[in-house]
Structure formats: C-alpha cells, structure tokens
Design a protein around this ligand. Sequence first.
Ligand SMILES: Nc1ncnc2c1ncn2[C@@H]1O[C@H](COP(=O)(O)OP(=O)(O)OP(=O)(O)O)[C@@H](O)[C@H]1O
Length: 250
Amino acid sequence: MTDLLIDIENVSKKYTGADRYSLKSVNLKIYEGEKFGFFGPNGAGKTTLISILCQILPFNEGKVTYYLGSKPIEFHSIRQKIGFVPQDLALYEDLTARQNISYFGAMYNMKSNEVRKRSVELFELLGLSAVADRKVRTFSGGMKRRLNLIAGLIHEPAVVFLDEPTVGVDIQSRNAMLSFLKEINGKGTSLIYTSHHLDEAERICDRVAIIDHGDIIASGSIPQLLGENDVEDLTGLLIKLTGKEFRDNV
Ligand SMILES: Nc1ncnc2c1ncn2[C@@H]1O[C@H](COP(=O)(O)OP(=O)(O)OP(=O)(O)O)[C@@H](O)[C@H]1O
C-alpha cells in the first residue's frame, strides 16, 4: 500500500440554518497517487465533502489530516500543492484564455515565464492553442471546461480535487480531459474526483466511495464492490445501494 494522503475521521457538516446534517460522521482514507472517486445521488454530499477537503468549507465535527511523504502536515504548508477544479466555472469571461491562466498562475505564486511555458503546453494538450487569445465569453461549454481544468492545474499540483469536471461537455472534450488526467496521474498526481458520468468513473478511478444522505455507504476498488454486490457496473451498484427514488426534491 502507498503512503496515506488524507485521513478523514468522523467528519460531520451541518450548514448554518439547515435542519439536518449534510455529512454524517464520514470516515475515509485516501492514499498518495490514487484516482479516487466520490459518487452518489444529487444532494448526497459529494461537493460538500470535496469543499471540506480543499478547506473551502468549514466542518462542525471530526478531523481531516493531510500527509506528505507519510508525515502529517498542516494544510497551509501544502496549499500550493493542491489544485481545485470546481463544478461552477471559475473563469473571467471578459479576459482571454491566456489572461485567465496568467491570473491563476500569479495566484499560485508562479513566475510569469513559468506560467507562459506551461500554458503553451496545456493549451496544446487540451486543444486551446488556436483560441488562447480569445475572450472566454466567446467559448463553447467544452472549451470553458477545458480551460477550467487548466486553471486548476497550471501550478502542477501534487493533488487535484475535481468536482464534476466534465459536466456538459461533448465526447471529444471529455476524451481529451480524461486522457490528460490519466497522464498526470501516471506522473504521480493524486486525483480526487466526483461525477455523475459513471462510465467515465469506471475509466478513471482506482477506488470509489458511494455517498448517500451524507453517509459513506460503501468504499473500495470498483471490481471489489461490483463483485460483493453482484452487479455489472457502477450504475448497477448505485441503483442497488441508493435505490430509484429522486433525492433532490425534498
Ligand atoms: N450552502 C448550503 N446551505 C444549506 N444546505 C446546503 C448548502 N449546500 C448544500 N446544501 C445541502 O447539503 C446537501 C449536500 O449537498 P451537496 O451539494 O454536497 O450534494 P452533491 O452530492 O454534491 O449533489 P449534486 O450531485 O447535486 O451536485 C444537500 O442536501 C444540499 O441541499
């Protein structure tokens, strides 16, 4: 087993004014170099958990410990090594793609020549070289998603949190994004990911956790969970474990 990366112990979250917990005593260990996925119905708690792990959101109870080279480390010491690709696009529509990435690079304290060099590589890999000097507001949804991915990865983080990174994109964009994520994972970047595209998850993830009503109801490798539950794929697993009822109309 590789080194521990994040240890989540009894983490609970109740939003201010809410009458129930969005996460209920969540326990989970994530290891260095993993491609780890959170899956579950709408409102299950995936974004809440990812936001807590990125320290964008506080939690009420429990503990999250981060590790580097198997030693516990304060989050602020590894902040620069963390990338976040949010579900809501974090882009400036009136800036060009290149200007957006320069902004994110500066936010991560990168030198401007470093940002330039890396953005040329990433624009090429994700098919944005020809439009790098166009304003983002002229971009298609797929182009914006690809740029959103570059924005979260420009500083070559060791760990990347991705909250539905491919929502609303076509097969071509998705394919380019997934190949790119696999490539950086092959070079050592840990990926912590959530999506409603379960076929995509099957391509990407080593291990998964299924969340429902703020509880982790199963976790393990995909083959292990499919075998234990006697189902063929992640869709079958999710339906078996979380049922067929709608969850977002309460
Ligand atoms: N700011 C907030 N204030 C109050 N409740 C919230 C807030 N954000 C989320 N919630 C609630 O917390 C629960 C978990 O929401 P969360 O967005 O984490 O789910 P999710 O699994 O990411 O859902 P989806 O798949 O729809 O994105 C839901 O019941 C949601 O209504």
